[in-house]
Design a protein around this ligand. Structure first.
Ligand SMILES: Cc1cc2nc3c(=O)[nH]c(=O)nc-3n(C[C@H](O)[C@H](O)[C@H](O)COP(=O)(O)OP(=O)(O)OC[C@H]3O[C@@H](n4cnc5c(N)ncnc54)[C@H](O)[C@@H]3O)c2cc1C
Length: 391
């Protein structure tokens, strides 16, 4: 068992840290306040490979492991949580296209997505199907050599500003929509396809540097070849995407909390009250100690889950759920304590703490709520002999 980073990993972290510090952190408050989606910076990120970190090399991606990718995403989140989180969603959608698309589809879509010239969205959630995603009702009716999409998606990150949609829909034929999770297929859909429209940009608590919109499909036609994987495999593919996605959501939460901790450790040594720095108080020291301890635990858990995903561990899904649950809860608490340590200054926009808190809150909700993570974990733990395996 080796807990040390190798030379390559140290170099990845350094490159990502520099990019975050130069291209993201100075602008993050402005993007948040103005709800600006920084496509130019995403393009720059593409030049460094950050938009295709774990996309296979044979199609032009970086081909990194999930573990190495998580190190990079953590650093990027230290620059801007919301923008780094969008990058992770783009990476997830691109990985699905590169892994399950035909050769023609890979050639058509991947190069521009890899460079960041075009951007992707992952479209699973619907107004009536959130946690119970397998109950989705968007249909893909077979019509000759085309599928015809009808239905609505909700809360789609990037929607309205992205170019390529990875859409999960229920295949329908003369007998109607196919039932259950096995009735679902996934498709790659150009966002400018006739019959697609976008809802208004949602006004959100955080994640303001990326738009979130509903999408409506009204007789939107796509070639049959745009299906990813076999018919009926879409839900499985969507969940495979989310295993990695949950590592990403967890690691970006850790990166945000690390930034909040770093700022707090500096601040308590500068802020003077009662004749000295507030770091003189043991309660302040202990708070920092707990923040640092829990953050290290969260980081190690994320890295373990990422390694297990890389190794094809049979219980990788459970470890990804554990990492997402634990790391996002810890990160929220660390960011909240950081606000407290800054007193009134933590609550105003001049300092980044309140933004960190607002941004990281949604990490407990999306890509499966933390309650759904508990459903995944407890279902496995209650199986015969599970505690011999999950440890
Ligand atoms: C900013 C933002 C961006 C998003 N981006 C995307 C995206 O890009 N693509 C996409 O497809 N989706 C996206 N989502 C959707 C997100 O994944 C869903 O909001 C999430 O899965 C929860 O679904 P829901 O909102 O319908 O809540 P619901 O499923 O209605 O849940 C409401 C509450 O009930 C609880 N609950 C539900 N079922 C159970 C259960 N079995 N046991 C215990 N508790 C339960 C939940 O934990 C939650 O607390 C995004 C959401 C937000 C807010």
């Amino acid at each position: 068992m080796d807990f040390e980073l190798n030379d390559d990993q140290v170099a990845y972290i350094e490159t990502a840290r520099q990019f975050a510090a130069k291209a993201m952190a100075p602008k993050a408050a402005e993007w948040d306040a103005g709800a600006i989606f920084p496509k130019d910076v995403l393009r720059e990120a593409g030049e460094l490979g950050f938009m295709a970190l774990y996309t296979p090399e044979d199609v032009g991606g970086m081909g990194l492991s999930r573990l190495d990718s998580s190190l990079i995403f953590e650093e990027l989140a230290g620059g801007c949580t919301s923008t780094a989180a969008y990058m992770t969603i783009h990476n997830m959608a691109l990985w699905m296209i590169a892994s399950f698309g035909t050769e023609a589809i890979r050639e058509q879509f991947c190069p521009k997505l890899i460079s960041g010239e075009t951007l992707a969205s992952y479209c699973l959630t619907e107004p009536g199907a959130g946690s119970d995603a397998a109950s989705l009702r968007t249909t893909a009716r077979i019509d000759g050599d085309e599928y015809v999409l009808n239905g609505q998606k909700m809360f789609i990150s990037g929607a309205g500003d992205t170019d390529v949609l990875v859409v999960m829909a229920r295949v329908a034929d003369g007998d109607g929509p196919r039932p259950g999770a096995k009735g679902i297929s996934s498709f790659v859909v150009p966002a400018d396809t006739a019959g697609i429209s976008f809802g208004r940009k949602e006004e959100k608590m955080g994640w303001n540097s990326q738009p979130t919109r509903a999408i409506t499909f009204e007789d939107a036609r796509i070639p049959a070849g745009n299906r990813l994987g076999a018919e009926g495999e879409g839900f499985k593919i969507a969940m495979k995407g989310l295993d990695g996605g949950r590592i990403n959501i967890a690691t970006t939460a850790v990166g945000t909390a690390q930034a909040a901790l770093d700022t707090s450790a500096r601040y308590v040594q500068e802020r003077q009250q009662f004749g000295g720095p507030i770091s003189q108080f043991q309660s302040v020291q202990f708070k920092l100690a707990d923040m640092a301890t829990e953050l290290v635990a969260a980081r190690q858990m994320v890295r373990m889950a990422a390694s297990r995903l890389d190794a094809g561990h049979p219980e990788a899904t459970v470890y990804c759920a554990m990492a997402k649950r634990f790391a996002t809860d810890v990160a929220f608490e660390v960011c909240n304590e950081a606000v407290q340590l800054h007193g009134g200054y933590g609550y105003i926009r001049e300092y980044p703490l309140e933004r960190h808190l607002r941004d990281v809150r949604v990490h407990q909700i999306l890509e499966g709520t933390n309650e759904i993570m508990r459903v995944i974990i407890s279902r496995r733990v209650l199986m015969e002999g599970a505690t011999e395996v999950i440890r």
